[in-house]
Design a protein around this ligand. Sequence first.
Ligand SMILES: [Zn+2]
Length: 505
Amino acid sequence: MNFFKKYKQQFYFHILLNVIVGFFITLSSYYHIPLSGFKDYSIYFIHFLLLQFSFFGILYFISVNKYVFYSLFPLLFTILSFFGFYKYTLDLSITKSMVESIFQTSLLVTVELITLPFVGFILFIGLVLFLIFKQYRKIKINQLKSPLTLLAILGVATYFFVENYRYNTFKSRLPYVAFNSFIEFFQEDDIHLLPIDTKVTSDVNDVNFVFILGESVRADHIQLNGYSRNTSPKLSQRANIISYPNIYTSLTYTVASVKQLLTNQSIDDVVKSNNVFSLFSVLNAVNYKTSWIGNSTIVKSYAPIIRSNQNVQLIDKFRSIMSFNKALDEKMLQPFDSILKTKKNQFITLHMVGSHWWYENRYSSEFRKFTPVIDSKHIPSLAPQQIINSYDNTLLYLDNFIDTVISSVEKTHTKSIVMYVSDHGEILGEEGKWLHAQESEASKNPAMIVWYSDEFKSSYPELVLALEDNKNKQFSTDFFYHSILDLFRVQNFEYDKNKSVFRKN
Ligand SMILES: [Zn+2]
């Protein structure tokens, strides 16, 4: 009896602390996850409890010393509660971009933030902190000697166990995602872009190029490549369209494949060098106007490459690809149309969220043609056909997206190419696996589709012939960088013409 009496106040304090922190912060990461059925809810509730248990360990050690606790906890709790508040209300994830904007926001804007609801929230947080401190003062024992210390060590260890078992399980959620975003903000970029020699020139300066960088689209689910379902109703009605069914990449992670696509790096490089040429740097040097419009998350492995565009516009940049309220890719079309009108010699990239999981958030309801669709984020409780239906609906959305881009380009009556390349494929049940970023041949065959304008064909008939001729050949995704430089006939700069799809080999 004495044992419990001795530690009673300490137990009460940690229960109170974790209930409050759990409610204000940790639970917010689960609020927007679509789930269906008791089993799904139970699994994610256990997930939440484990995440909170790991954070209990950290909070415990902060609470051991009262000076540390009184100075550190209010700051930590207030900041994390704000992130929790935005996660609950707007599904805003804390990303490096968000941390950047916090640091860039001038004092004036900060003052404008002080609205009545904001003041109310601050007062509420103050009240909650008062309650926590009141209970904290009742602890009269040396906490380190308490049996709870062992539990706290186990809590901290849980974080490492789980992250080791499945990377990003805890790291991508509050509270940890906040720490990681701050760390990322202060970290150096992964890659260093090499400067381009001023002697570089180009012999072609009258072509507009629109590059649609796709996400998680596998070639064999495209109707143009012979898929049994009509996933490309619009593109299959078009002239001047070529689909390439045999593109290969060994890089099935966005962070690796996007970096490789946009630089001179090869999928065959045994050691992936961090000193690379950005395709955009070369294009800038030969007087192409480079623009990047992105709806996907920017990660540091390729952030400097994106920044090597002359014009960068990010859509919905505070919501990561993990958010369930992420903007649809069609949000890129309006800025795209206004850029397209401005000038010739353009190289415009549209970076899609595409067919990234969770598929139901990637398309609008008019494209919900294949049913039933997925209704839970928990894959084991879904029927395989539900997942494939939702995935194929994202391809209908893609078909419409590419078709709309082509229509805009068509109206300019310029010598133009629209090229769609997905960063990698997707696993749809092969060997019992789903999604990507794991070892499977199914995710190594990304979709690639090219459209050329009549004006382009008249001026460069031999290039169109080469495009047709190469249709069924196997290319690694290395083709992209070398094909672009070959198309623009870049001189005094090294690249491999044998990898170009604009050349008959
Ligand atoms: Zn990807």
